[in-house]
Design a protein. Structure first.
Length: 108
């Protein structure tokens, strides 16, 4: 027995059936959230046109959206380690500082 699976692309904005050649999936990120939306080519152009001035004025971060950045600097890490050790807390000499240790340091 054979199966045929058909994927139908529909605009998330208008509900229009986009067929196989009238639409696209647009990926974007805002406020640390990576998103994607299925749009007609016309809707995708409108989105890109609306965002163009913000994209032109923006700067690349070098990290994918949704990926958390480090919450501190190297010097900050050194201070956290010294404080944790003075409090008798176990903290690695190198690498990531455990979240509970960093939280205790920030809430001291």
């Amino acid at each position: 027995m054979a199966q045929r699976v058909i994927t139908q692309l529909v605009s998330d904005l208008s509900g229009e059936d986009l067929g196989s050649d009238k639409g696209e999936t647009v990926q974007f990120a805002i406020d640390g959230k990576s998103l994607e939306i299925d749009l007609s080519h016309r809707e995708a152009k409108q989105l890109r046109d609306a965002l163009a001035k913000y994209i032109a004025a923006g700067r690349r971060t070098g990290s994918p959206a949704g990926r958390r950045r480090s919450s501190g600097t190297t010097s900050d890490a050194k201070q956290v380690r010294e404080w944790a050790q003075s409090q008798g807390m176990a903290v690695p000499a190198r690498g990531r500082i455990p979240a509970d240790v960093r939280s205790a340091y920030e809430n001291r």
